[in-house]
Design a protein around this ligand. Sequence first.
Ligand SMILES: *Cc1c(COP(=O)(O)O)cnc(C)c1O
Length: 342
Amino acid sequence: MVNHRGPEFAVMMSDIIEGLKPYFGTRSEPLLLTGSGTGAQEAAVVNMFSPGDTVVSATCGVFGDRFAAIAGAFGADVLRVQGEWGKPISAGALRAALEASDTVHGVLLTHNETSTGVTNDIRVLAGVVRAATPNALILVDGVSSIGALPFAMDEWDVDVAITGSQKAWMSPPGVAVVAVSERGWEAQRQATMPRFYWDFAKAQKNGASRTTPFTPAVGTLHAVHEALRLMTEETPDGVFERHRQIGKQVRAGVQALGLELFADPSAASDTVTAVRAPSGHDASASISGLRKKGIVVASGQDWLKGSIIRIGHMGWVNREDIDAVLDALRAVLAEEKLLQAG
Ligand SMILES: *Cc1c(COP(=O)(O)O)cnc(C)c1O
């Protein structure tokens, strides 16, 4: 490892910060934190709010629920807009909840709900928030989207956006990234939820001289540095287009095998595809079948365990990788006598 307070580290940190900006769609300086995506969710909450604040949480799956639970754990008064799993967050339901509440301090949104394979339209949802509650803070969990799907924090007027190194950044876990708007920084100075390790002010102060307040995940940062080099070479538009093509390929491929998508097609994610197990069949058998062929996919979470298969396709993934997944899935379904004729 290099000394994280030395000149090599400072150069790497500068490169990373600059490299991240186009993927967040921001001119602000992203903060590098040490932790996983959940740490970044907690960091976002405790830096923006005070106990007793009203926080509206629009959720349509496990990660949205977690964001809401964190806000509740730190004393926010959480008002849930509960969406149906597999469907995107409803702009109308969000608008109605905002209009029905007195003071809303902030809104928690999930860009890409990894548990169901749904991508929410943050441009539209943030617009609804701004129209109904101009001063509310907009916090977006972009853990499984930023770096793979287009994101325009400044243009969409998002106040805090977060991501994690092990998702689209194709690196080991350990680094969380957050970006904060001007409105967010003002709120940060007023917010009184308890924080120490996650204090954005410390990260910003140190970040200005290209260090971190505490020892960072140096090894993971080396990986993120290299990932960003590859992504810069491909260009952001190239990265987004590849994910769009791969998303389409996966969805068409599983449907051609007679399987159904879990997500509403109008909001199906280009970074993760949730596929329904054939009716009456437990998905875990297919998942272990795939594993024997060297293909690792995920099961459902929470009540979806056993009923869906989730295929991750963010980061270092190309057309041939997806061909291999689909071939293996076809073979497993044939072995299980689940392949539909025709
Ligand atoms: C993975 C993920 C998280 C949680 O991240 P961890 O790194 O597992 O703590 C949060 N939100 C979303 C949308 C995710 O995909």
